[in-house]
Design a binder for this molecule. Structure first.
Ligand code: ATP
Length: 184
């Protein structure tokens, strides 16, 4: 199988995440996109608890047969991608890592980044005003047909002002209302 890991905080998941996953699956004939919500990064204590971010990702992916959701990071104290990748890539599948250009631009700051780039081929998605360099040893497939101006940061700000953004999948919007997340 050709599988792309799609890591992120997903706080909350939004339509650009889903469009990116759909477009990557189409352009690179992936059998599955595996969404992997991060454990709470130690330097982001204000983040929504893992359980609720995971639930929102599950709700957003529930009708997409080629999207799957992993809770593998739940138990991790530290959110180091290499630890997750080493566990996931043990199987004989062909592994990709789906990532936005903003996040890929920081790849050389990741814990053991050389080991990370040796394990997977990156699918790097263009994002408005994000340029990146390709570090030595990294294999990348650029996905340049998208320029989606959506971020979780902006969505959290809208919700805090009492506005429900259009970029939230309906089941996620219902969950945010029911759980009273983000000050909505
Ligand atoms: P925040 O605004 O809280 O930093 P975000 O919207 O960037 O969040 P993340 O959960 O950090 O969302 O993103 C997970 C992955 O999805 C990252 O690789 C990120 O670059 C990518 N991504 C998120 N939004 C977009 C977008 N609009 N276009 C392309 N890639 C995106």
């Amino acid at each position: 199988m050709r599988v792309a890991i799609f890591g992120g905080t997903f706080d909350p998941i939004h339509s650009a995440h889903l469009v990116v996953a759909r477009e990557a699956a189409r352009q690179f004939t992936l059998d599955q996109v595996l969404f992997v919500p991060d454990a709470v990064p130690p330097h982001k204590p204000d983040r929504t608890p893992f359980r609720q971010r995971l639930r929102m990702v599950q709700l957003a992916c529930q009708d997409q047969p080629d999207f799957a959701v992993s809770d593998i990071e739940q138990a991790n104290e530290k959110s180091y991608s290499i630890l997750t990748l080493e566990r996931l890539t043990l199987s004989g599948d062909e592994w990709f890592f789906l990532i936005g250009a903003d996040a890929f631009a920081e790849i050389t700051t990741w814990h053991r980044w050389r080991d990370v780039v040796a394990l997977v081929t990156f699918i790097v998605v263009s994002r408005p005003s994000s340029a990146y360099a390709v570090p030595p040893g990294a294999r990348i497939l650029p996905l340049e047909t998208l320029a989606l101006d959506v971020s979780s940061t902006r969505i959290r700000a809208d919700l805090a002002r009492g506005e429900m953004p259009d970029e939230l999948p309906p089941a996620v919007a219902d969950y945010i209302r029911a759980e009273r997340l983000y000050g909505f």
